[in-house]
Design a protein around this ligand. Sequence first.
Ligand code: ZN
Ligand code: MN
Length: 499
Amino acid sequence: MAQLQHKVIVGLEIHVQLCTKSKMFCGCAVEFGAEPNSRVCPVCLGMPGVLPVMNKQAYEYSVLTAMALDCRIPTFTKWDRKSYYYPDLPKNYQISQYDLPLGENGFIEIPLESGRTKRIGITRAHLEEDAGKNLHTAGNFSQVDLNRTGTPLLEIVTEPDMNSGAEVRALAVELQRMVRFLGVSEADMQKGHMRFEPNINLAILKDGVEYRTSIVEIKNLNSFRALERSVNHEEHRQLDEFLDTGKVMKMGSKTTRGWDDEREVTVLQREKEEAHDYRYFPEPDLMPVKLAPRWLDDIRSHMCELPLKRQMRYVEQYKLSDYDAGVLTAERSTADFFDEAVEAGGEPKRVCNILAQTGLRKANEKGCSIAQLGVQAIDVAKLAQEIETGRINASSAKTIFEEIVKLKANVFSRATVEDPLTVQRIAEQLNLIQKSDAGELEAIVDQIIAENPKAVEDVTSGGKKSKKAKGFLLGQVMQKTKGQANPKVVSEILAKKLG
Ligand code: ZN
Ligand code: MN
């Protein structure tokens, strides 16, 4: 039997659509779902004689992202024309950045399932314009919608540092969270805001000799699921192909494949990358970009604590589980909401429990973020405090949280919700305040003891039945008080009375 080991090697190209109001080189609105060809002008339609003007915001978003990716940021860049003919880009060239990208030599840390992180190199990040969309839905002809033409796209290229479909997915998810935290992209997969193109091949060790398979690029993936599955599929397909044919990498050859989402297989598109002659040359209609130190500082001032760092800080500082910290940092608004509630005096773990359990469930139900539920951070801080002092228990906190969400959904009672006494009032209205007054509870305990001599005997005699009998007596007190007794206080009284 031949000795065989293999390792999959993956690098990724990612296109991220930036959330600017207008396009990259004209004033047309960037808008998803508008009537076809209604967001176009002579510039993005590629009419002769028009002049592009750079969108400053798009440049700043891109540099900010490159900074977050720890890239070196050159202070001089320029624009280049990449010539190609395709009906969705009527200019017949794309304005891009060729030899002077706006960021290079960076890295991103990605979380692994083991709880550790892995550093993935970032080769470069550059800015370019998107093409339109060809539609093949009507009859036996094609249509083109140029609304997307000229939309700012940040292209990020990683080093081939990933070694599994799971790692590739982790990078994609981390990058999505990062650009959302930075506020530079909505990164909505459904709207095609993030598109992935993994480059995949294998290093195979067979009988002590290493072989490499040819690199396969999978085009245009727009979901995490498709990304992960296509990498996994390609890994097995390449291994099978190598075992069948013994074919190895030829210098300069690269195959392009597409992903068939239905059959979950990659499909051959082009056997051999044509020696593409994009005929890149400097764009004569645009000035180069010089980043003065003041401009750089201004961009840097928009940097925030990045999500993975923040997640790890929550684990470290507040002793939250990695899972909980992940829930809190899935969206920046949730993390900010959590911080605000902690700032307002909520004990971090309790605040986290309320948000990561009840909050998350409600948000999923409503299809919004936790911060959009209408509950105020101060309310959550109050809930945490009330649990802490024993005035309410955790299940009542959940009820109150849900009640506030309900109130918020009713526009007529919105005023009530902004009231700092919301939590207290709802707790009282719903009779959720726990009875912790020892004197009052003692009288009830005495009554229960008098009514249940058998259970009392079981408790005092010790042994196996004792624990069960104690639970029974506690249950009786809870029933008598309609669940309002503080079980901790009752247990203490019981222990004192029955030894
Ligand atoms: Zn335009
Ligand atoms: Mn590109």
